[in-house]
Design a protein around this ligand. Structure first.
Ligand SMILES: *[C@@H]1O[C@H](CO)[C@@H](O)[C@H](O)[C@H]1NC(C)=O
Ligand SMILES: *[C@@H]1O[C@H](CO)[C@@H](O)[C@H](O)[C@H]1NC(C)=O
Ligand SMILES: *[C@@H]1O[C@H](CO)[C@@H](O)[C@H](O)[C@H]1NC(C)=O
Ligand SMILES: *[C@@H]1O[C@H](CO)[C@@H](O)[C@H](O)[C@H]1NC(C)=O
Ligand SMILES: *[C@@H]1O[C@H](CO)[C@@H](O)[C@H](O)[C@H]1NC(C)=O
Ligand SMILES: *[C@@H]1O[C@H](CO)[C@@H](O)[C@H](O)[C@H]1NC(C)=O
Ligand SMILES: *[C@@H]1O[C@H](CO)[C@@H](O)[C@H](O)[C@H]1NC(C)=O
Length: 491
């Protein structure tokens, strides 16, 4: 059985590699931020030398290298053949009797975003001397920002020990099976059918809940059930487990199709496995008399779970390390917004002036507003309120510290963590000096940005006197928002 399984896998591999997506040089920047990494392939050991091919997964770069291995310690490598224009690659290896460690450092440029950025990344990885699959070297960037990009977790259970071997004889466990069939009376109550179950794949521990997907003529269509797991798309990566099922209310026949992934034996050779299974569910039903001499059925299985044996349909070898390969974002988050199009979005601007006539109006007022980085991808973040804090002195006379509102969010704020501002009531001019941090690319190592904004509240403020004698001025349109660029951005 095992033999047959791997024969299928090997023949499918040819198919899969031919379908590898072409690299898209216009995504140079997005890929360089999310997957600076290399594949080492075709490693050959010769007398006192090791040769291999290296390709950069972020850009269209591939070269063949040769390294003269000394007795011990690091050996520098040289590129064979043509030089790569404007890209620098430093490579070295360290070889002992059992394994080789590859060290890489490379700089390259991307200019697909209007602004030319120089990327520098470095990484290392070891492989046994007799290992013949591609070796992945994950890179950490040191330019233009210092980050180690996060990798997605991949589809559920893909690397759990035994995933591949258990998948050779596919099976599932069915549980929580419920079938309801209530005929309609022909006038008022409509006929109603429902079917639910849980399906668990023991190879990867993945559990999906199946329910009717849509309806045919107002009736749920039980022949096409939709099955969903509890995975969060954001961290799964580009391959997610897909389950489809169907149930026949007349024969109790249940069919299941599922596609899942295993790379527990070798992440360089990830498998995509599709299998299907069919069974007649041993449903036990309680009935009650319904209208028109028809009976209503409520059915379930007596045991807590039921095995379902499956048949392998296809096994495909995907490209090396595909399951945890990061997906370059299509919309700019915190970091890319801060680099390419840094802007604050302001809202809820208001001034409050105390009724105290003894003080000059322009200094006794306090200003508040809400602000958020105008990123394309804001996740679940909303603007944070900024209140007027301590007055600054000396050279910063007229400026106030920001009293930043309660941090209601968590993970990835798009707000200043520190700022100061100055407001000119006469001309409605607002200046903001802000520091903010981005951790969308690397949660552990946030990138600190700072920049200044000079803008104005370009709408009419309407003032009213509150019960306590204060004068409060707000924008005419309470929903008025405006966006202003952040200049002199540094990090
Ligand atoms: C490359 O990416 C750009 C932007 O995402 C897209 O418009 C273009 O169609 C892509 N080209 C190819 C060949 O995939
Ligand atoms: C290399 O860089 C130089 C200057 O930065 C530029 O003029 C030249 O066009 C670049 N060459 C290539 C092949 O990109
Ligand atoms: C090798 O890579 C690890 C992370 O994978 C890193 O911590 C270490 O500093 C690297 N070693 C060298 C010599 O670059
Ligand atoms: C359906 O409608 C008919 C005529 O209005 C009525 O006699 C009959 O009792 C109704 N059946 C049910 C089950 O309500
Ligand atoms: C399962 O896959 C087979 C073959 O592609 C297809 O004929 C069948 O309709 C599928 N069943 C379900 C329930 O999706
Ligand atoms: C229900 O069944 C009984 C006995 O079989 C029959 O006499 C009656 O006509 C049926 N009623 C309807 C509405 O079909
Ligand atoms: C970013 O700013 C925070 C808060 O001021 C500070 O603790 C941290 O060390 C800074 N990080 C870097 C990389 O400068």
């Amino acid at each position: 059985m095992a033999m047959r399984f791997f024969l299928i896998a090997a023949s499918a591999a040819v198919l899969a590699s031919a379908q590898a997506p072409p690299s898209n040089s216009s995504e140079c920047t997005a890929k360089s931020f999310s997957l600076p990494s290399w594949l080492i392939e075709d490693v050959k050991y010769d007398d006192g030398a090791v040769s291999f091919d290296v390709s950069n997964r972020a850009i269209d770069f591939a070269e063949s290298l040769v390294c003269k291995t000394k007795e011990t310690g690091l050996s520098a490598c040289s590129i064979q053949g043509k030089r790569w224009a404007n890209n620098t690659l430093e490579a070295s290896v360290e070889t002992n009797s059992e394994s080789t460690t590859f060290y890489l450092k490379q700089s390259w440029t991307c200019n697909d975003r209007g602004k030319t950025l120089i990327f520098t990344a470095a990484g290392n990885s070891s492989a046994a001397i007799d290992y013949d699959a591609p070796v992945l070297i994950k890179g950490s960037l040191t330019s233009p920002v210092t980050i180690t990009p996060a990798y997605p977790a991949g589809p559920r259970g893909h690397d759990s020990p035994g995933c591949t071997s258990k998948s050779e004889t596919p099976s599932w466990t069915l549980s929580a099976v419920y079938f309801t069939d209530k005929p309609g009376d022909g006038n008022n109550s409509l006929p109603f059918q429902n079917f639910n179950l849980l399906v668990t794949n023991p190879a990867n521990g993945y559990q999906a809940s199946c329910m009717p997907r849509g309806s045919v003529g107002g009736q749920p269509d039980l022949s096409s059930l939709s099955c969903a797991g509890y995975e969060f798309q954001g961290t799964v990566g580009q391959y997610s487990i897909v389950t489809a099922a169907g149930f026949d209310p007349d024969t109790y026949a249940f069919t299941l199709n599922q596609t899942w992934y295993c790379d527990d034996t070798d992440a360089a050779r990830p498998l995509q496995i599709t299998a299907s299974g069919t069974t007649t569910l041993p449903l036990t039903c309680t009935t009650s008399p319904g209208p028109n001499n028809r009976t209503s059925r409520y059915c379930t299985i007596e045991r807590s779970s039921l095995p379902l044996d499956g048949n392998l349909a296809t096994v495909t070898t995907l490209r090396p390390y595909a399951l945890e390969e990061p997906i370059p974002p299509t919309r700019d988050g915190c970091t890319l917004t801060s680099i390419f199009n840094p802007r604050w979005e302001f809202s809820h601007f208001q001034t409050t002036t105390s009724g105290d006539e003894t003080e000059d109006d322009s200094t006794s007022g306090t200003v508040s507003f809400e602000v958020i980085l105008a990123a394309e991808d804001r996740g679940f973040q909303y603007p944070i309120p900024i209140y007027q804090g301590e007055a600054l002195e000396g050279e910063e006379e007229g400026w106030y510290e920001c009293d930043i509102g309660a941090d209601g969010g968590n993970g990835l704020p798009l707000w200043p963590y520190k700022c100061s501002f100055r407001y000119d009531a006469e001309g409605q001019g607002l200046e903001l000096k802000a520091d903010w941090a981005c951790r969308d690319l690397d949660r552990e190592n946030p990138i600190n940005f700072s920049g200044v904004t000079t803008t104005s509240v370009d709408t009419t403020l309407t003032c009213e006197t509150t019960a306590s004698g204060q004068s409060r001025c707000t924008t005419d349109d309470p929903g008025y928002i405006w966006v202003a660029p952040i200049t002199d951005v540094t990090w």
